[in-house]
Design a protein around this ligand. Structure first.
Ligand SMILES: O=C(O)CCC(=O)C(=O)O
Ligand SMILES: [Fe+2]
Length: 351
């Protein structure tokens, strides 16, 4: 049994509040006396184990050896997510390889840019890969990278090893379903009402690549905008910060937890909620030294939905609909026909 000693959290608070020195029993000269190897190089030496490679018969043997040697030589390793790895690998391919998936002139899926409508328009310091994820029939495989192979191929369906984008898509779809249910409950409407509008779990993704820029303070990675979606879930792929949201008139830098999904309300949910929830304006800034990669998943309504304030909410609000209603198709056309301009699109839907 351990002998009773003071509570350290309380002790720290007392030291902080009163300026009291830490008690002698806590003073450990060896903490600074021992040399510590630090810096990015030291960290990079720690073995990285790729779960997808372990499960893939083509690379399993090699990765298993790496796992074994990590356990023998280090007893310590990092396990990485295949979504992040595959997107990073894709953006690191030579330009010609990425351009095999270039957008066509009449569509927005594929590798390229979005929302550029004139020669004079200011441009964003970033490239993107835009794909339909769900329903599966909506996928246009022409735009799905074949490198790295695990991006879209599953080798062993029996082992439930899915390709990285499929896994990411179904995981984010689950998160979205759960949030929609609780949001409906929060608004005091039928818990299934949002699920019904987002029936079939349609979603698209946009992976963003923001190269470092020596004049980072002169450019924007992604112009201020609101998303068309119900909800958007964003994963910061390589843990470089850069997303900012407009809160109470100021830009607020989002310090995302590593691996967390950032969620933002989009125009569709603002309209459905009759203004209870606000489509947040956001933008991305660029880092001076490091590339930044993010991937956004947009939860969209089912194609035959009408996007307008939920009737139950209009009733609660004394019969007053604060936004126009529009067929999903027209709603999306309107969004994609104008350049990114803060909250302008959603403000234009107000009655
Ligand atoms: O890069 C980011 O963090 C934000 C991406 C974003 O807002 C978008 O793709 O719509
Ligand atoms: Fe966005």
């Amino acid at each position: 049994m351990s002998l009773p000693v003071p509570n350290v959290q309380e002790l720290a608070r007392t030291c902080e509040r009163t300026g009291m020195q830490i008690p002698d029993r806590y003073v450990r000269p060896e903490a600074v006396a021992d040399e510590v190897i630090g810096g990015a190089d030291a960290g990079a030496a720690i073995p990285v184990i790729d779960l997808a490679k372990l499960l893939d018969p083509r690379s399993s043997r090699e990765e298993r050896a790496k796992l074994g040697s990590a356990c023998q030589q280090w007893g310590f390793f990092q396990v990485i997510s295949d979504t992040r790895r595959d997107l990073t690998e894709f953006f690191r391919l030579p330009l010609e390889a990425k351009e095999e998936y270039s957008q066509l002139l009449d569509g927005w899926e594929g590798y390229g840019h979005a929302f550029v409508f004139s020669e004079e328009q200011k441009l964003d310091w970033g490239d993107l890969l835009h794909l339909h994820l769900r329903p599966t029939e909506s996928r246009d495989m022409r735009f799905w990278p074949e490198r790295p192979p695990s991006f879209r191929n599953s080798e062993r369906p029996k082992l439930f090893v899915r390709n990285s984008m499929e896994r990411f898509s179904s995981e984010t779809a689950k998160v979205g379903q759960c949030l929609f249910k609780f949001l409906a409950m929060d608004m005091g409407v039928d818990p299934d009402s949002l699920l019904e509008i987002f029936r079939g779990e349609p979603q698209a993704m946009r992976a963003n690549y923001y190269p470092p820029c020596r004049q980072a303070d002169k450019v924007l990675g992604l112009s201020p905008h609101c998303d068309a979606s119900g909800l958007t879930l964003v994963l910061q792929v390589n843990n470089v910060q850069g997303l900012q949201i407009r809160k109470d008139g100021h830009w607020l830098a989002v310090d995302a937890l590593d691996g967390a999904l950032l969620a933002n309300v989009g125009n569709t949910l603002e309209v459905l909620s009759n203004g209870r929830y606000r489509s947040i304006e956001h933008r991305a800034v660029v880092n001076q030294e490091e590339e930044r990669i993010s991937v956004a998943v947009f939860r969209l309504t089912c194609p035959d939905a009408t996007i307008g304030p939920l009737p139950e909410l209009v009733k609660k609000d004394g019969g007053k609909a604060a936004y126009k209603s529009m067929a999903c198709e027209d709603f999306m056309k309107l969004y994609f026909s104008t350049k990114l301009d803060g909250r302008a699109t959603v403000e234009g839907l107000r009655i």
